[in-house]
Design a protein around this ligand. Structure first.
Ligand code: ACO
Length: 428
């Protein structure tokens, strides 16, 4: 028999069904509570609110567990590839050899974008942040594929949109960088794998041969796996909520990119390096910045520290830290900013303030360091995150649509004026 919890309010009691997940997570299903008692729940920032039941990603912040479709992130990062992980997240199972080949071929077939996208790109000033450019270009794809506007079309048509966005995002991401550099765009080379193709489009020139460094390509593939999904985070929730109004996949992902951009979410990887640079320029006094982060009258926070759900350690950070050390050694990178990062990590991890609040380096602390070592410019860091997160957004959007979830529409507790009479402007 399913369990219930009891709510006592105003002399009456109400039964609240308890929903149990496959990992024994328990939730109160309060969907009927307003109809029965007149009460709603209030939870700013959704810190303790489940917005859906999902079968994509499991994470346990207390124990530092992250699994995609049941597979441990540690295994996937070590043994899988980003394309295989994308298939797993979107379709629910690891692909067979045939399925993977077919998936890859279909993606390769769609990497080019319409020539007119270039004129949209040309309209952006070179100072435009690549995240803004990327979000706009993804949204613009609806203009080139108007049938995608209807997400209720056949499964095959929706799947075509999914393949297209996976194929085109690296091209659009690399081109957003080309706009920044005011360089001519490089077209995709379909003989290359996903990451190598992206690196060539980003760093190559149309007139010259470009050899992709396999160390860089492999490290990037691992980074993308680690970022591929993270259950109901800010951008995934945005994608789901936008998609819940039956907006297209392109529009929903474009909104997800915008949500990811902020420094409290994906933008933290850029903010980490900017913070480390600022510390270096200010003489490298790390304790001064640790003190600032602890001072409640100072809005400064240690970027790359803390996480909404991980209060022990971020399993992605553990993998990335090791990968960062390997990549730096293999590429022979020496960088004073990296030394500051290491010292900062050491000091903060021992500091009572950070320990008491469970503030540990998160994935963005180390990913910024790795991206820098790979030669990726700072304002492209969050774009790299978006590339990695795309399969997660697609999987979340697809699951939400397939489960026919209702439009997302939270309630509120109104705290404004009660009714008052309009006052003519002359009498104010
Ligand atoms: N530096 C200093 N103090 C911090 C930090 C930090 N980076 N993060 C949290 N705190 C403190 C808060 O001031 C608060 O202290 P208090 O209890 O004395 O008031 C306590 O820790 C809890 O912080 P909250 O903001 O309530 O925690 P929340 O879960 O809402 O925020 C967040 C999580 C946004 C990630 C936060 O830790 C932060 O701003 N970190 C820096 C930005 C960052 O690295 N973001 C990337 C997250 S990972 C990702 O999105 C992929």
């Amino acid at each position: 028999m399913s369990k219930t919890a009891e709510l006592h309010y105003d002399g009456k009691s109400y039964q609240i069904p308890v929903v149990e997940g496959t990992e024994n997570e328990k939730a109160l299903d309060i969907s009927r509570i307003r109809a029965e008692s007149g009460l709603i729940t209030l939870d700013k920032g959704f810190k303790n609110t489940g917005s859906t039941e999902s079968a994509i990603t499991f994470l346990n912040g207390e124990e530092g567990i992250l699994r995609y479709r049941g597979y441990a992130i540690e295994d996937l990062a070590e043994k899988s590839s980003f394309i295989e992980v994308a298939f797993l997240l979107i379709y629910g199972e690891l692909p067979t050899t045939e399925e993977l080949k077919d998936f890859q071929e279909r993606i390769v077939h769609h990497t080019l974008v319409h020539e007119d996208v270039k004129s949209i790109l040309d309209g952006f000033p070179s100072k435009a942040h690549p995240m803004g450019v990327l979000s706009s270009l993804v949204s613009s794809l609806t203009a080139f594929y108007p049938k995608s506007l209807d997400p209720n079309r056949s499964k095959e048509q929706v799947d075509g949109t999914i393949i297209r966005i996976l194929a085109k995002l690296p091209t659009l991401a690399a081109w957003s960088y080309k706009n920044r550099m005011r360089q001519p765009v490089v077209y995709p080379n379909n003989n290359l794998d996903y990451c190598s193709n992206f690196l060539r489009m980003m760093f190559g020139l149309p007139t010259e041969e470009f050899d992709v460094n396999p160390v860089v390509s492999k490290a990037l593939d691992k980074l993308l796996i680690l970022h591929a999904d993270h259950e109901q985070n800010c951008s995934a929730s945005t994608v789901r909520i936008v998609g819940s109004s039956h907006a297209s996949l392109y529009a929903s992902v474009s909104a997800g990119i915008a949500a990811l951009w902020g420094p409290l979410h994906g933008g933290a990887n850029q903010a980490v390096i900017e913070m480390l640079e600022a510390i270096r320029k200010d003489g490298g006094d790390i304790s001064k910045y640790v003190a600032k982060a602890k001072d409640k009258s100072d809005s400064f926070r240690l970027m790359g520290f803390g996480h909404r759900v991980y209060k022990n350690f971020d399993p992605r950070a553990t993998i990335i830290k090791k990968a960062a050390d390997e990549v730096l050694a293999e590429l022979g990178v020496k960088d004073p900013v990296l030394d500051i990062a290491k010292q900062l990590e050491e000091i903060a991890l021992k500091d009572e303030y950070f320990v008491a609040r469970g503030l540990y380096p998160n994935v963005d602390f180390y990913s910024g360091i790795i991206y820098r070592a790979l030669g990726i410019p700072t304002d492209m860091f969050t774009v790299m995150f978006a590339l990695g997160r795309l399969p997660g957004w697609v999987a979340q959007w697809k699951e939400m649509r397939e489960n026919n979830e209702p439009i997302g529409r939270p309630r509120q507790v109104y705290q404004g004026h009660t009714r008052r009479d309009y006052v003519n402007i002359a009498n104010r």
